[in-house]
Design a protein around this ligand. Structure first.
Ligand SMILES: *Cc1c(COP(=O)(O)O)cnc(C)c1O
Length: 358
């Protein structure tokens, strides 16, 4: 039976990508060496590095004033590296608190300077993105940090705050799912395991001038500047993650790029929200204007029914639908690699389950 995996991350990868990787794992490009045996300074891997950067730049339309870096430690290390590198001496940073990842990021920043929470939806259980036009960004802030898609709460920014200070975004769960203007951002980071590839590597895109702020006495591996100056090859990079990321980029290009993917993502999420909104059985806890197109969170009339739903879904080949342990409920993560067919299968199952259990 074909399984559709709705896990929030590590998440589904395109089938074509996994098949190609499986074949190249034991013999990369007829080199006679397996992919994991290639030197990170050899010609084969250097070629992968050049292609992945060029592909990312092309897909996201990134200019030369930005650097593209590959860093281990996931998005969570960037929670610390962002303030270590961007906090001005004696300065403060602004954070929007839109969920547990956002608040973890703010907590790390407090180790390196003052943190002001400029907007929060904590009081309403993170059910929305606070209205951006009510924010008062301070022009003296070192930067403003947002979490563009809140993977657990199922909320997403559909427009970004306008600010004079560098805008920093944790885009772990919606990078490359829709077209954005890179020039609105100072720094973007994303753990790869949601929308870009496997775990083990984070993609960091940073405006070059901002990387100069870093205090001299920062460990070399924790400076963005080190990755920029050495093309992410100061030490041994996570070669498998970078290789996989490149295969996903090539797949994305084949599919027509990010704007084509955005249309598919809109269609997938709209179909699910339409069913939820037209049903008396399913319910969305998220404010309609803030709903995520990547993580569709919903509830059933009782927790018993939710447990029954999850076990029935699993039997129907639909896995990974359990909501995050901190919030419960159901969460369908429908990143780029989730085909429309997967969402259609889920919708059929939801309709049948409702009829049988209403
Ligand atoms: C998953 C996730 C993280 C954590 O990523 P790691 O790579 O595991 O550190 C951070 N932010 C968001 C928005 C996420 O979805």
């Amino acid at each position: 039976m074909k399984i559709f995996n709705f896990s929030a991350g590590p998440a589904m990868l395109p089938e074509e990508v996994m098949e190609k990787a499986a074949a190249e794992f034991t013999n990369y490009a007829d080199s006679g060496c397996g992919l994991m045996e290639l030197s990170h300074r050899g010609t084969e891997f250097s070629d992968i590095m050049q292609r992945v950067e060029a592909n990312i730049r092309g897909l996201m339309n990134i200019g030369d004033d930005y650097a593209v870096c590959f860093i281990q430690g996931g998005a969570s290390l960037q929670f610390a590296m962002v303030p270590m590198n961007l906090m001005l001496p004696g300065g403060f940073a602004e954070y929007a608190d839109t969920g547990s990842w956002a608040s973890k990021a703010a907590k790390e920043a407090k180790l390196f300077g003052d943190v002001k929470i400029v907007a929060s939806s904590k009081e309403t259980n993170y059910d929305r993105i606070p209205v951006i036009r009510h924010w008062r960004p301070d022009p003296k802030a070192s930067y403003l940090h947002i979490t563009s898609n809140n993977t657990i709460a199922g909320t997403q920014y559909h427009s970004f705050p306008e600010t004079e200070v560098p805008l920093v975004a944790d885009m772990s769960s919606d990078i490359m799912s829709k077209v954005i203007d890179i020039n609105s951002f100072g720094l973007i980071y994303a753990g790869a395991q949601k929308n870009l590839g496997p775990s083990g590597v984070a993609l960091v895109i940073i405006r070059r001038d901002l990387a100069e702020r870093v205090p001299e006495k920062t460990p070399v591996m924790l400076k963005h500047k080190t990755y920029i100056e050495n093309n992410s090859l100061y030490n041994t990079p996570p070669t498998f993650g970078i290789y996989m990321l490149n295969l996903v980029m090539e797949w994305l290009k084949d599919k027509g790029g990010i704007s084509a993917m955005e249309e598919i993502n809109d269609a997938k999420s709209e179909a699910l929200y339409e069913l939820i909104d037209s049903s008396e059985f399913y319910r969305s806890p998220v404010d309609p204007g803030s709903r995520s197109r990547m993580n569709v969170v919903f509830r059933l009339p009782s927790e018993d029914l939710e447990a029954k739903f999850l076990s029935g879904a699993k039997k129907a080949g639909l896995t990974g639908l359990k909501g995050h342990r901190s919030v419960g409920g159901i969460r369908a993560s429908i990143y780029n690699a989730m085909p429309i067919k997967g969402v259609e299968t889920l919708i059929d199952f939801m309709n049948e389950f409702e009829s049988a259990n209403r």
